[in-house]
Ligand binder design. Structure first.
Ligand SMILES: [Zn+2]
Length: 110
């Protein structure tokens, strides 16, 4: 059985900073920058068309990898609803996401 402190040391780094960045006023965010070292277990967000970055550390960066869309997701439903109501930006976004989903499917099938 592992001691509590051993478990703590195995936890991925910088999670508390990420949490703080999400919860403190923006003016304070720079007091808690992302960690400089590898956090140990990257969690990705899409930074731009080609790049994913880690929420937690600065070294976490990789070529963008497609994540399958969860079509039942609340956010997706909301997006679809706004597009259905005629919002051009959301319609474009949805077309782009669906196109990428198709391309990823084709690559997986190849
Ligand atoms: Zn990381």
């Amino acid at each position: 059985m592992k001691s509590y402190t051993q478990n703590m040391s195995k936890r991925p780094r910088y999670r508390w900073r990420t949490w703080l960045r999400g919860h403190v006023p923006w003016a304070m965010v720079n007091l808690f920058p992302k960690g400089l070292k590898d956090c140990g277990q990257h969690e990705w967000f899409r930074f731009d068309d080609e790049t994913d970055r880690c929420y937690h550390c600065e070294v976490g960066e990789r070529p963008h990898q497609h994540l399958p869309i969860d079509w039942d997701n609340d956010l997706w439903r909301e997006l679809s609803r706004l597009a259905d109501e005629g919002d051009e930006d959301y319609q474009q976004l949805i077309r782009k996401l669906k196109r990428e989903e198709r391309e990823a499917d084709l690559q997986n099938a190849a």
